[in-house]
Design a protein around this ligand. Structure first.
Ligand code: GUE
Length: 284
């Protein structure tokens, strides 16, 4: 089998076009535009690129973006003060604090300070807890985007054997909860998993989020599996590769996501989706 490409860029564009229409109809009714506050601490060049991409997506959709670029030496107490101000601001619907934060700032404390109603990343313990209890609030963007991609393959997720490789707080764990919410039979693999090739080989849906270039070998993939690659790794030669050995996996999979142009653009689309959802939930 040779896999069909699951085109995250195209699906993301569809979702963003739909959001553009929704926002246009809100503002045509005289309502204010949704607003996303984006907080960036320090001068990590990759973070600046990501934040610029998020601002561009906002602009395209008609979401107001409110950037806060802070010095890398910013004290944790000052950042907390800013979060509190944004939590209180009537005209701010979503708050995104770009990760990673400088080492002297406790990221968990900051993420936990964001009002759950404005937590468009879906990282707040309250939103994670709601997902665990299958009454989701705002949902983590990357796993939510993966679910939207699976919908596009017309694969029924319910009853499928899904294997998530990686158990991080922002990808693996919430991904497993999303798949369980969709009634898949879910296995979460971690760095101690004994026979990873065997676990992956049983999967009808594989989601890789490990952060190691081409870590999942193509010959582990079962014939006809759907392969979702969340990894984005920049190699020394400048190439961008995922966590899956793409060419070999594509020989066996029914669907596969490319890197770039796969899950990455979906993360941004779902961030925009969450901002509009947070806006709607906050209107009277
Ligand atoms: N609070 C917070 N929320 C995040 O969601 C968050 C974050 N912090 N910190 C950094 C990571 C990373 N991330 C990406 C989103 C989109 C692409 C993306 O669209 N990538 C494109 C282009 C890749 C490239 O050329 O570099 C692609 O995969 O096709 C990548 C990475 C969001 N993150």
């Amino acid at each position: 089998m040779t896999a069909q490409i699951l085109d995250g860029k195209a699906i993301s564009a569809d979702i963003r076009a739909d959001l553009t229409q929704q926002v246009a109809s809100l503002t045509a009714q005289g309502q204010r535009a949704p607003c996303l506050a984006v907080v960036l601490v320090g001068d990590d060049p990759a973070s600046h690129v990501y934040v610029r991409n998020k601002e561009r997506a906002c602009e395209q959709i008609g979401i107001r973006s409110l950037p806060h670029r802070l010095d890398s030496a910013t004290a944790e107490t000052d950042l907390i003060e800013l979060i509190d101000t944004l939590n209180e601001a009537e005209d701010v619907d979503g708050i995104l604090v770009q990760l990673p934060l400088p080492a002297h700032i406790d990221a968990d404390r900051i993420l936990g300070r964001i009002s759950p109603a404005k937590d468009v990343d879906g990282f707040h313990p309250s939103n994670i807890g709601r997902l665990l209890q299958r009454r989701p609030g705002l949902r983590p963007c990357t796993p939510y985007g993966v679910i939207k991609m699976l919908e596009r393959t017309n694969t029924a997720v319910a009853g499928k054997r899904a294997v998530v490789v990686g158990a991080s707080n922002i990808v693996g764990r919430p991904m497993a909860m999303e798949l369980l919410l969709a009634n898949a039979t879910v296995t979460i693999c971690n760095s101690k998993t004994r026979d990873l090739a065997e676990e992956v080989g049983r999967a009808e849906i594989v989601v890789a989020g490990i952060g190691k270039p081409e870590f999942v070998r193509g010959d582990w993939i079962a014939e006809g599996a759907v392969v979702i690659d969340v990894g984005i790794n920049r190699l020394d030669d400048g190439r961008l590769v995922g966590d899956v050995e793409f060419e070999a996996a594509a020989q066996r999979a029914s669907w596969i996501t490319p890197v770039p142009g796969g899950v990455g653009p979906m993360t941004i689309a779902m961030l925009m989706h969450n901002t509009v959802e947070a806006y709607r939930a906050r209107q009277v």
